[in-house]
Design a protein around this ligand. Structure first.
Ligand SMILES: Cc1ncc(C[n+]2csc(CCOP(=O)(O)OP(=O)(O)O)c2C)c(N)n1
Ligand SMILES: [Mg+2]
Length: 377
């Protein structure tokens, strides 16, 4: 296979056999147009030889609840945005849930996460309470950052959620810093950083690849490749569409996986975490996924045909999880019962956030600047 040869030549520490998007496109009918490679491919078309152990049904049920809570919370947030209840930009991760949920369940308490402005799913997967998360997005005082961070700056250090970031790729070196701290202190903590396909073309991304690989930092780079940067498909901005090829140039182990399948994500992140904890250094995971909602609330989505979105809906994370549960013998009625419980839980979370008071004006400058007297003490 072409890509495996490349990996061998570049001396990559670990080669996971991968079928590239381009190869998949070739196999499925020869000369596919660039657009069909980048936008029509389903997450399941990204094949890897990663061994994926079946997770216990109990774990899948827990993951289903979490993924559904994320979905329903984000749908509620989109409705709230339409009603004018949310100030500033808000990006949802509808369709991306499995990347966050599978990863969070593969990591341990104390492990760190950093992510982008599209980070509600990471926050909830890492244990943030939906009521307080919604309050944060609405700018209310019960939010995790007392309403000062909003959607793009989710943060909850007590859960290991070290911050979402509005600057494309800025959260990546932050995670390298956390991984370096863990390494220097001789701790067992791993950092994972989530970013999009568009972030690959930021200089800081490559600086971080280089130093993380060289210093063997306990770091996991996780690209949620939804094949769009805002409204621009990847084939317009890069001559290489297989994102995992970039970090290979820095001697890093890489995987390209189906990011819509929690069990695959869980297996990939578990393997990467093992490598990180054993001192073997960073791993790069490209999770192929798809954003089912607009880039941000209010996006008119004129840049992609509705049929493309429809095609992807048949393979979105909740559909995949439900079909796994059905195959395990969890009945439709049991699933419908869970759906109702989670729906009620999110309704309560919204009601909690709506009742949360607006922050006091005296809060404006609190927690914004470091208190120099305290920090010098
Ligand atoms: C340094 C920087 N440049 C440009 C932007 C504007 N911007 C916001 S989101 C985005 C697209 C990023 O795409 P990708 O990394 O694929 O993530 P996705 O939004 O698809 O999750 C851009 C260019 C920004 N926030 N920061
Ligand atoms: Mg993207």
């Amino acid at each position: 296979m072409k890509l495996a040869d490349n990996a061998t030549r570049s001396g990559t520490a670990e080669d996971l056999a991968i079928q590239s998007n381009s190869e998949a496109a070739e196999e499925s009918g020869g000369l596919a147009t660039p657009a069909s490679i980048t936008t029509d491919i389903l997450p399941s078309d990204s094949a890897t030889d990663l061994e994926v152990p079946a997770l216990p049904t109990e774990s899948l049920l827990e993951m289903y609840r979490k993924a559904l809570a994320i979905r329903l919370m984000e749908e509620a947030l989109l409705a709230a945005a339409e009603e004018g209840q949310i100030g500033g930009a808000m990006h949802t991760a509808i369709g991306h849930e499995a990347n966050a949920v599978g990863a969070a369940y593969a990591l341990q308490q104390g492990d760190y996460v950093t992510c982008t402005y599209r980070g509600h799913h990471h926050g909830l997967a890492w244990g943030m309470d939906p009521g307080r998360a919604i309050a944060e997005v609405m700018g209310r005082s019960d939010g995790f950052a007392k309403g000062k961070g909003g959607s793009m700056h989710f943060v909850s250090p007590e859960s290991g959620m070290m911050g979402a970031n509005g600057i494309v790729a800025a959260q990546v070196p932050h995670a390298a810093g956390l991984a370096l701290a863990s390494q220097l202190r001789g701790e067992d903590r791993v950092a994972i950083t989530f970013f999009g396909d568009g972030a690959l073309f930021q200089g800081v991304m490559h600086e971080t690849f280089n130093i993380a690989a060289k210093w063997k930092l306990p770091l996991i780079f996780y690209c949620e490749n939804n094949r769009y940067s805002e409204m621009t498909p990847i084939w317009r901005t890069s001559s290489i569409e297989d994102i995992f090829l970039f970090p290979r140039a820095y001697g890093m182990a890489t995987m390209q996986i189906d990011g819509n399948d929690v069990e695959i994500v869980h297996a990939a992140v578990s393997r990467a975490a093992e490598r990180a904890r054993s001192g073997s250094g960073p791993t790069f995971i490209e999770g192929i996924t798809y954003r089912l909602a607009g880039h941000m609330a209010g996006d008119l989505e004129t840049y992609r045909p509705p049929e493309e979105v429809e095609k992807q809906k048949a393979y979105e994370p909740l559909v995949v999880l439900r079909s796994k549960l059905l195959k395990r013998g969890v009945g439709e009625t049991a699933i419908a019962g869970i759906d109702r419980e989670v729906d009620d839980m999110i309704d309560e979370a919204v009601a909690f956030a709506e009742k949360s008071p607006w922050p006091d004006a005296a809060e404006t400058y609190r927690d914004v600047f470091v208190d120099s007297a305290a920090s010098n003490a």
